[in-house]
Design a protein. Structure first.
Length: 106
């Protein structure tokens, strides 16, 4: 993660995202908040909102919660098109999660 943060400053958030996206850190809140920041910087706002939400769900620190909630509000869908993108991405993500779970248990 630290390497990815340094890479983001030198080579940009896309290169950093490539470094962390394969890491098995789904239960680590800083993985999701770092990933969200890279996505936000790339303009991939729907994915950033989802990642901030995952980080928020994993923290019980009140200061971190307020920060993450603020980021989510900054990135909130502002137009009908934003909402359409949000729901499309969310449903596709949910479907992929469900399908990957079926494959593991099936």
């Amino acid at each position: 993660m630290n390497r990815a943060i340094a890479v983001a400053e030198i080579d940009g958030p896309e290169a950093a995202l490539e470094l962390i996206d394969h890491l098995p850190l789904d239960g680590y809140r800083y993985f999701h908040s770092t990933r969200a920041d890279f996505l936000r910087r790339l303009g991939r706002l729907t994915e950033a909102r989802i990642a901030y939400g995952r980080a928020l769900a994993l923290t019980d620190n009140n200061l971190e919660r307020r920060f993450l909630e603020g980021r989510m509000l900054e990135l909130g869908p502002r137009s009908e098109a934003d909402w359409d993108e949000f729901w499309t991405y969310t449903l596709n993500d949910l479907k992929a999660t469900f399908e990957s779970g079926e494959e593991r248990s099936g």
